[in-house]
Ligand binder design. Structure first.
Ligand SMILES: [Zn+2]
Length: 168
């Protein structure tokens, strides 16, 4: 997509949680991750297939490939949730049900194989969102010069113009 086909920067910023607080920003990025959307603009799809990520966001052109090995971190998300689920569900089944031990183990073993494959895209999306919360990619080089925090660009612009801070 040619760069001149991008929506205006202000339109993109309207999609960002610029006026949200610490928790609100993270919840917004988490919501975008669970919808498999770009963590920066919330609009571009991250995947073009089950396992195939797009190289860039089709809307804001965020580089989705990142650096080599970046998505190894998503394994922690995927493995962590799988292990956490099994850690709580297995003892709960043993304590509160009369289900046979081997049946519970069989079901949980199948879960440990199927769930990470299904959750693969979400784990990557959550990891990418986590990265954007911790170390956000500026939306636009010109705007990045004015603010290191792309979430705050809109409010800093409003303050500079002396218009105060209104809702988005
Ligand atoms: Zn985007």
């Amino acid at each position: 997509m040619p760069s001149n086909a991008r929506p205006p920067v202000d339109q993109l910023l309207g999609q960002t949680p610029a006026r949200q607080g610490f928790v609100g920003r993270r919840l917004t990025v988490l919501g975008r991750a669970l919808r498999l959307r770009c963590p920066r603009c919330g609009r571009g799809a991250l995947f073009e297939g089950w396992f195939s990520m797009r190289p860039k966001c089709s809307v804001c052109e965020l580089d989705l490939k990142r650096e080599p090995g970046f998505y190894l971190g998503s394994i922690y998300v995927n493995y962590g949730l799988t292990a956490l689920f099994v850690t709580f569900v297995y003892p709960a089944c043993m304590l509160f049900t009369n289900w046979p031990d081997k049946a519970v183990l069989g079901v949980l073993l199948a879960f440990c194989v199927v769930f990470p494959v299904w959750f693969f895209r979400y784990a990557r999306s959550i990891w990418l969102g986590f990265d954007q919360v911790i170390d956000p990619d500026p939306l636009d080089p010109q705007l990045a010069e004015r603010s290191a925090d792309p979430w705050a660009i809109r409010s800093s612009e409003a303050d500079a113009a002396g218009k105060g801070s209104g809702p988005l």
